[in-house]
Design a protein around this ligand. Structure first.
Ligand code: NAD
Length: 426
């Protein structure tokens, strides 16, 4: 059987892993992450420069959520973050876990704290193994705005006024006035902050060019007229800086020679039809949430999708937080607790670990340009992470993958992790 040895990385070498933030979560993904960090990373790296924050509900409760604020502050300072999935407790979970309150999603605090621009979600591919999409699909989900930050209330009959008070003190005006004639209404107010759409456009088009895929912009602007600005900014950036390069690569042939807009409902259909892949989509926050879950289903498993939040620090460096696109996989956790076999696909989690370690190494080199040892470490991190990816992919290729991919004969969570550890040592 083929094995993979990290070139110039030796078992027990204790390479100093560059500083990054490690956010630990709970349930099955926490259990599996602990296993692979112990068996795959620690035999090669000294991870003492990682700053670890426990964002389990219990720890958030015990610290009155100080731990979340500390994690966000550390992420802004360091700029490279690995995050395990976390639980946003439901009313029932608040009771079950004996929490003092229903803590909100930590993801929102992170997106705000790190000036989130986009959540990039891409399909993971294993050469020689057929998944849902044959070629890469990239996705850019606007990281801020929309329904998530909405203010709302339940009200009766009356009039609703939405008034804008300009910061410069000029005259306020009414944005919307509506008469409510039902006895029972839910009223909702939200906004889409558009300042960073230009940056999102640059990140998106660059990534599409690098991956040689055709970009599409998705909105519902035909009906939701306020979304026009998103498309207009994307198109402007495209025409000014990217159109020629995409033409040269022949990437606009499948979409009529120009950047193409897709209405979000049409996009859901194309995602099912375009299984050859080879495209990218950029969308608003909520549309992106829905569409990327659909991509995960078409592509076989949420374990085969990456999820990276890209934001910006005060000094202009990119803050990147890497996580899997799925949740804590509660169903397998309950099986595990009941003593049953489980088969968690760790690829999304491990791609997140790989991304975080690589970004941490790159930032460490950038911040210490005189220090040659940082460059040596960066090279070792690159070699190790590429070898790790190869070792996982080989394990899948040899039919030793997890059961979402290989069926009932596939490996258990623990056996898959040991097999990859073995392959790394050869
Ligand atoms: P989930 O993504 O954990 O699981 C959905 C389904 O997909 C389950 O049947 C699960 O077994 C399967 N699945 C997901 N990832 C898999 C993998 N890597 N390998 C094999 N099977 C996999 O979503 P859920 O069950 O709706 O949520 C569970 C918990 O996760 C909830 O408490 C929720 O709050 C939390 N959550 C967290 C995040 C995050 O931190 N980013 C995101 C979503 C959900």
């Amino acid at each position: 059987e083929a094995s993979s040895k990290p070139e110039s990385v030796v078992l027990g070498e204790n390479i100093p892993a560059p500083p990054m933030v490690y956010i630990s979560g709970e349930e099955m993904t926490h259990y599996a992450s602990q296993l692979f960090v112990e068996q795959w990373i620690k035999p090669y790296f000294d991870t003492s420069a990682w700053e670890v924050f426990d964002l389990s509900c219990k720890s958030r409760d015990e610290t009155d959520d100080k731990v979340l604020h500390d994690a966000v502050a550390a992420g802004a300072r360091i700029g490279a973050i690995f995050k395990e999935p976390t639980i946003t407790p439901s009313a029932l979970q608040v009771k079950e876990m004996g929490l003092s309150k229903a803590f909100g999603s930590p993801n929102g605090a992170m997106r705000r704290g790190w000036n989130g621009i986009t959540i990039s979600r891409d399909t993971i591919h294993i050469k020689g193994v057929e998944l849902g999409y044959k070629n890469q699909v990239l996705f850019e989900r606007h990281a801020v705005g929309g329904e998530y930050g909405a203010g709302w209330d339940q009200v009766g009959e009356g009039t609703l006024l939405t008034t804008y008070l300009p910061k410069d003190g000029s005259a306020p005006f009414v944005v919307d006035k509506r008469d409510l004639t039902d006895e029972n209404n839910v009223v909702v107010v939200y906004h889409n902050p558009y300042d960073n759409v230009r940056e999102l456009a640059h990140l998106f088009f660059k990534r599409c060019l690098d991956a040689k895929v055709t970009p599409y912009v998705v909105t519902k602007k035909t009906v939701f007229k306020w979304q026009e600005g998103f498309w207009a900014t994307m198109k402007e950036v495209f025409d000014a800086d990217y159109k020629k390069a995409f033409e040269m690569e022949g990437l606009l042939e499948r979409c009529g020679g120009d950047l193409t807009h897709l209405i979000s409902d049409a996009a859901t259909m194309q995602l099912i039809r375009w299984t050859d892949g080879g495209f990218g989509m950029a969308a608003h926050n909520y549309d992106g949430d829905m569409l990327t879950d659909q991509i995960a289903q078409v592509h076989r498993s949420p374990g085969f999708i990456t999820s990276n939040l890209v934001g910006k620090s005060e000094d202009g460096n990119l803050i990147k937080e890497f996580e899997a696109s799925h949740g804590t996989v509660s169903d397998l956790w309950h099986d595990h607790l009941a003593g049953k076999e489980t088969s968690l696909n760790p690829l999304g989690l491990v791609e997140a670990m790989i991304g975080a370690m690589q970004h941490a190494a790159a930032l460490d080199v950038e911040r210490n340009p005189e220090d040659v040892s940082k460059q040596v470490v960066q090279k070792k991190v690159m070699n190790f992470t590429l070898t790790l990816r190869e070792a996982m992919h080989n394990t899948f290729r040899y039919g030793q993958g997890t059961r979402d991919m290989s069926g009932p004969s596939g490996f258990t969570t623990e056996d898959f992790i040991s097999k990859v550890a073995w392959r790394l040592q050869r």
